[in-house]
Design a protein around this ligand. Structure first.
Ligand code: 13P
Length: 250
């Protein structure tokens, strides 16, 4: 099944406002001929100015997190409605830095995924194992748990906006990229699990991105694998030239 590739940059907690605007403008200018979908997920306060930099381009704007609540007494949180109004088309939920650094559970990630899909956002739902889990041959058990709990009871009419990102924690920011074989194996497993949970048609059209030390040098060999439908890129998305090379590889 031919799936359109997606390359999303996750800027994490990086960039000044000036850097954000010029990086976004450079990505917008360099993506015009891309066959793949392209997005940048930027820090909350930069969403509106970056939306301006991206205006008229094919690059989608995304946030790195959202609240599962619509509004109310949730100090410091940002709702999906606010993200839409700020110009977002994408949101990342369940990034491993939030699961492991900030204690987000499968139930929390599930509530965010539901809220994001219900709002009509393209929802990049992240899964991935720790190094100790991989070494203990627990990778599939971890992915199965994250998918079964994280993707339960989703709004069925919005599933076309679901994207999964496989990000092995040991590969994030470490320079230790998964081999194309390791990525393909995990992605095929994820697709099988999603098929069991949400049906074969949805699983067949679901974009599954790889994330973790993707670079301009290794992107093409990862994206050549049949179940690798693009990338979620951290460090290499902070420089327009390396990010655009990755977009070009997709
Ligand atoms: P790096 O590309 O810096 O390893 O980060 C990956 C990531 O966490 C993207 O969400």
């Amino acid at each position: 099944m031919a799936r359109k590739k997606l390359v999303a940059g996750n800027w994490k907690m990086n960039t000044t406002l000036g850097e954000a605007k010029s990086l976004a403008a450079a990505v917008a200018a360099g993506s015009t001929a891309s066959a793949a979908d392209v997005a940048v997920c930027v820090p909350y306060p930069w969403l509106i100015p970056v939306a301006e930099s991206l205006r008229g381009s094919k690059v989608g704007l995304g946030a790195q997190n959202c609240s599962s609540h619509k509004s109310g007494a949730y100090t410091g949180e940002v709702s999906t409605g606010m993200l839409l109004e700020a110009g977002c088309r994408y949101v990342i939920v369940g990034h491993s830095e939030r699961r492991h650094g900030l204690g987000e559970t499968d139930a929390v990630v599930n509530a965010k995924a539901k809220a994001a899909l219900a709002a009509g956002l393209r929802t990049i739902f992240c899964v991935g194992e720790l190094l100790a889990e991989r070494e203990a041959k627990q990778t599939e058990a971890v992915l199965e748990r994250q998918i079964r709990h994280g993707l339960r009871d989703l709004p069925t009419d919005r599933l076309a906006n679901l994207v999964v990102a496989y990000e092995p924690f040991w590969a994030i920011g470490t320079g230790k990229v998964a081999t194309p074989e390791q990525a393909q194996e995990a992605h095929a497993f994820i697709r099988k699990e999603v098929s069991t949970l949400l049906g074969g048609t949805l699983a067949g059209s679901l974009p599954i991105l790889y994330g973790g030390s993707v670079t301009a040098e290794n992107a093409a060999s990862l994206f050549a694998r049949p179940d690798v439908d693009g990338g979620l890129v951290g460090g290499a998305s902070l420089k327009a030239d390396s990010f655009l090379k990755i977009v070009g590889a997709a």
